[in-house]
Design a binder for this molecule. Sequence first.
Ligand code: PCA
Length: 212
Amino acid sequence: MTQILLTGFEPFDAEPINPSWEAVKALAGYRDAVTSLMLPCTFGQSLQVLEDTVRALEPQVILAVGQAGGRRGISLEKVAINLIDARIPDNAGHQPIDVPVNPKGPAAYFSTLPVKRLLTELKANRLEAQLSFSAGTYVCNYLFYGACHLAQALPWQPQVGFVHLPYLPQQAERHPGSPAMPLAQQVAALGCLIDSLLAGGEELHLSAGTTH
Ligand code: PCA
């Protein structure tokens, strides 16, 4: 049975809530495949907790999720870069600037999930979504890069992907002009991604113009 490790982050940046953990929590045990894990929004510790869990659980898929306030719809991240450039301190008060995630690692990793196929499935379910070519330079990109670096060195080579979620409606009220998506839709989107990962299938090599 395929095991999927689904991670979300604790709230950060003075928000009382993080949609990633709210949605990930709602999917614990989904299709007997999902293990939900909350990660601290800190450099260092977030990746350590992920690595410990991956080694214990040996999942075939690591799907990490985070909040991207201000974005519209679901962002399927294609690229993790080897750079930390923190806009604000993390939840432990650390704010690294211009340092690599891993000094010995490559400049970037690509997601090993079939992101274009996943995008077409989200759209077929009338869920607003797009590919993204930047997961930022904060804790989410750090975790995504670290998970990719870890996975390629593990004997069973789990697939790794990252999804950014927009604000929930109650958060957007405090950020005028920011798009929002109800929690039920965010949960449905992650459920749709898990269903299609469990169903399997190859990546679709459509042009970006077709999938955007
Ligand atoms: N979003 C932040 C870190 C935690 C989260 O949910 C980011 O995009 O880096």
